[in-house]
Design a binder for this molecule. Structure first.
Ligand SMILES: C[S@@+](CC[C@H](N)C(=O)[O-])C[C@H]1O[C@@H](n2cnc3c(N)ncnc32)[C@H](O)[C@@H]1O
Length: 277
């Protein structure tokens, strides 16, 4: 019973590495059942150990998340997102796996410190993990504008922000991000760091708006999440979902854009960093 419950609560793998480890686990199990040669079994075991050890090692050797971030992650994991959607409380099916989490949160926090960013724009907030992680590294007079389309998660996040001394640096705008971005441009707002983590088909529009206006400061940085989308951009085209196709197009757009420098970090589900040349 306990094992069944653990399996139900265990997040499904949503990164290329997580999926690879799950596949290797299955392969290893089959190999053992089919009594393959000792040489093949040992080789598979070695490959599995190498892959399966990475994420736990990163977790162990990265600064621990704050109690407020840990509480937010726990609350998100405990929420029944399917019920919220079937009750009509959320506009679409959300899931706990959307939360970026410890390693990515600490990475974004480190970028805020490294760039000395004071104004941050987040496109796609969910329950607020990445927004709060970045807020923790902002100076007292720094601020984040977090765009989120879903009323339910906006309220969920705001309640979590109230429990942190850094929550007051975050202003949530609940509306389709493209509308918010256009309003911010019209009022002359500029951001040092932008984190894109919303609807994948919207990524190209967000990117273009950012670099073709003053929304992104002249020396600002854009961080973009899920740019390896479970491996789909580099897997055969016919294996791509709609989101996989959107990310493949986004990556191609950025790669071919001579106005920007870019690098994809193979962190979690892929994190692209972009700056103007
Ligand atoms: C992957 S989650 C964001 C995760 C969050 N950044 C974190 O690290 O925990 C994507 C979020 O984007 C929101 N979203 C999707 N389409 C949007 C849009 N057009 N405008 C604003 N938010 C949107 C979804 O409701 C969802 O909460």
């Amino acid at each position: 019973m306990t094992e069944t419950l653990t399996k139900i609560n265990k997040p499904r793998p949503v990164t290329p590495l997580g999926i690879l480890v799950e596949e290797l686990e299955r392969t290893l199990k089959i190999a053992k059942q089919e009594n393959v040669s000792v040489e093949l079994a040992n080789s598979l075991e070695k490959v599995y150990e190498l892959a399966a050890g990475i994420d736990p090692y990163l977790e162990d050797n990265t600064t621990k998340e704050s109690p407020e971030l840990a509480a937010l992650a726990k609350k998100t994991a405990e929420e029944d997102w399917s019920k919220r959607f079937s009750n009509g409380e959320t506009v679409r099916q959300l899931e706990k796996e959307m939360l970026s989490g410890h390693i990515e949160g600490q990475t974004l926090k480190m970028f805020v410190s490294m760039t000395k960013a004071k104004r941050i724009l987040e496109i796609g907030m969910f329950t607020g993990y990445s927004a709060l992680a970045m807020a923790e590294a902002l100076p007292a007079d720094g601020d984040i504008i977090a765009c989120e389309v879903d009323e339910y998660v906006s309220e969920f996040a705001k309640k979590c922000f109230e429990k942190s001394e850094h929550g007051k640096k975050i202003k949530v705008i609940t509306a389709p991000a493209i509308e918010t971005l256009k309003n911010l441009i019209a009022s002359g707002e500029t951001f040092d760091l932008v984190f894109i983590d919303a609807d994948k088909p919207g990524y190209v529009d967000y990117f273009k708006l950012l670099i073709e206006t003053n929304l992104l400061a002249e020396d600002g940085f854009i961080c973009v999440d899920n740019t390896l989308l479970q491996g789909q951009p580099y897997l055969p085209k016919e294996k791509r979902t709609e989101n996989g196709e959107a990310i493949a197009k986004f990556n191609q757009t950025v790669t071919q854009d001579p106005r920007v420098e870019k690098v994809i970090l193979p962190l979690r589900d892929g994190l692209t960093i972009i700056k103007r040349k």
